[in-house]
Design a protein around this ligand. Sequence first.
Ligand code: AMP
Length: 280
Amino acid sequence: MLIIEKKNKLRNKLLQAKTEGKTIGFVPTMGALHQGHLSLIERAKMDCDIVVCSIYINPTQFNNADDFENYPQTLNADINKLDLAHCNFVFTPTFDELYESESDLLDIDLGGLEKNMEGEYRPGHFLGMVTVVKKFFDIVEPNKGFFGEKDFQQLAIINYMVSYFQLPIEIVGCPTVREDDGLALSSRNALLNKEQREAAPIIYIALGGIKELLLKHSVQECKDLIIDQINQNKELGVEYIEIVNTKTLQAITEYNTQKACRACVAVYAGNVRLIDNIAI
Ligand code: AMP
């Protein structure tokens, strides 16, 4: 496994592989790797000849300076995990290697997909995220990019960006990996204290009950019931819950069993912000 900081060096190495007819799979991450990330690497290994993983905490997608400062960093452990997972290249660029300036952001209309949920509560997050992923795609030029359903709105926006720029990249959405108690794996889980960690599985348990609730109550009543269920635990506070059409990400006001939808939630445990979602 090679660890590369410079984009031109990575480009040259990948060019060599491409001329040998090898396919490239790409997994962008912000590090502090866990089994959720490694499931993407495993899927990329199955689908492609060469796997590139980037580790880069992208400042332009953080709307909260404390969140950026406190984001966990475990580079050496990450590199060991990627080596064990038979990743081929780890790309660890600096800010200057990727960006011209602080305001070097894509000029793109995200089709309204960025307006609600994470977009509403984290202004600018998706523009920063989509900017860095487009930069990575331009450097790596992968055949496939692998993203987790854990960040469902992100996955939808990446798909939109790929068709917007007509990039020849297949986006593969991968299922959310969870702890045994249901908590979605997240790098931020490492920041939870004991009480918060014990409380956190309620998020998934509450989401799991939503389908049955929707058969008996209005969408608004269901959202209120879920909020109450989560907020009853003093460690947790719901920021939003939304039930959205899987394709458009627009909030639904009436449940229709014929139309695929997704329940998405953001919850604070102290200062730690957790997100999760399930298919309905
Ligand atoms: P991050 O490092 O949080 O930016 O995540 C990098 C990639 O890993 C994104 O595509 C995430 O959606 C994905 N990911 C994060 N957590 C999980 C999880 N628990 N299961 C599956 N994929 C995940």
